[in-house]
Design a protein around this ligand. Structure first.
Ligand SMILES: N[C@@H](CCC(=O)N[C@@H](CS)C(=O)NCC(=O)O)C(=O)O
Length: 254
């Protein structure tokens, strides 16, 4: 049985491992993907506990008051949630390989890029759920600004940083879901972003955390059409209990 299976109602709290940060996650959640990227990029030893957000385990409300994912839990009781706050916290505590600039203006510039990206999050949802072609055009209009301000290998310079990791999960989804979107980014309109995407895909953290395209396609189809998508797509699941064999019909004595 896979260790990645999502915990749901009725499950028992899995004990924490001393010295290991735990991330409560969901395999297809782009916000969790942000934190998985940061943990991988900074090489922070961690474990992942997947949660079924539609059938959350009872014990999860003691960890995150609103029950959202992602959320970090440390073995000394510290809890940190909200993907951007979590990233800022991890960057401050694990100082090696800094992702956030110490220069106030540069930091503000990157935070603005991450903040405005929420517009794309909403538009992508609209494009996928309502098959609204105008939503993809709107995404491209927002991305024009990102194309304009990208002036180096990554958004913060020669090394991968805060903005890159915070926005990547949605670029991975735009790429992987082009068949569902019936659209993809125009290389002529976005030459710098096209090179940036190539550079991102070469990073180990991006390779390690990428979501399988076929699973993502199935999950996205399900989550835009059903209230209960399968959070364990592609995983080996526990065998359903065999139904008790039906009693043999008694034959009438001749
Ligand atoms: N602002 C939050 C958003 C997190 C979020 O919306 N997570 C989704 C899963 S992708 C969730 O927990 N949904 C469950 C629910 O809304 O009840 C963050 O950045 O961490």
């Amino acid at each position: 049985m896979s260790k990645e299976l999502a915990y749901s109602i009725g499950s028992t709290f899995p004990p924490l491992t001393p010295g290991i940060v735990r991330l409560y996650s969901m395999r297809f959640c782009p916000y969790s993907h942000r934190v998985r990227l940061v943990l991988a990029e900074k090489n922070i030893p961690h474990e992942i506990v997947n949660i079924n957000p539609k059938k959350r385990p009872e014990w999860y409300s003691d960890i995150h008051p609103a029950g959202l994912i992602p959320c970090l839990q440390f073995d000394d009781g510290r809890i940190v949630y909200e993907s951007v706050i979590t990233t800022e916290y991890l960057d401050a505590v694990y100082a090696e390989k800094k992702l956030i600039s110490s220069d106030p203006y540069e930091r503000a510039r990157q935070q603005m890029l991450v903040d405005s990206f929420q517009r794309i999050v909403a538009l992508l949802f609209k494009a996928l759920k309502f098959k609204d072609p105008e939503a993809f055009n709107e995404i491209c209009k927002v991305l024009d600004h990102y194309e304009k301000v990208l002036s180096d290998t990554f958004f913060g310079g020669k090394d991968v940083g805060f903005t890159d990791l915070m926005i990547w999960p949605w670029f991975e989804r735009i790429r992987s879901l082009k068949s569902l979107l019936n659209n993809e980014l125009d290389k002529e309109r976005f030459p710098k972003l096209t090179t940036w995407i190539k550079n991102m895909t070469l990073l180990d953290s991006v390779k390690k955390t990428s979501v399988r395209q076929d699973h993502l396609i199935v999950f996205t189809k399900q989550s835009t059409t059903s209230a209960e998508p399968d959070y364990d797509i592609g995983l080996e699941k526990p065998k359903e209990e065999e139904p008790a064999p039906a009693e043999e019909p008694q034959s009438n004595p001749e």
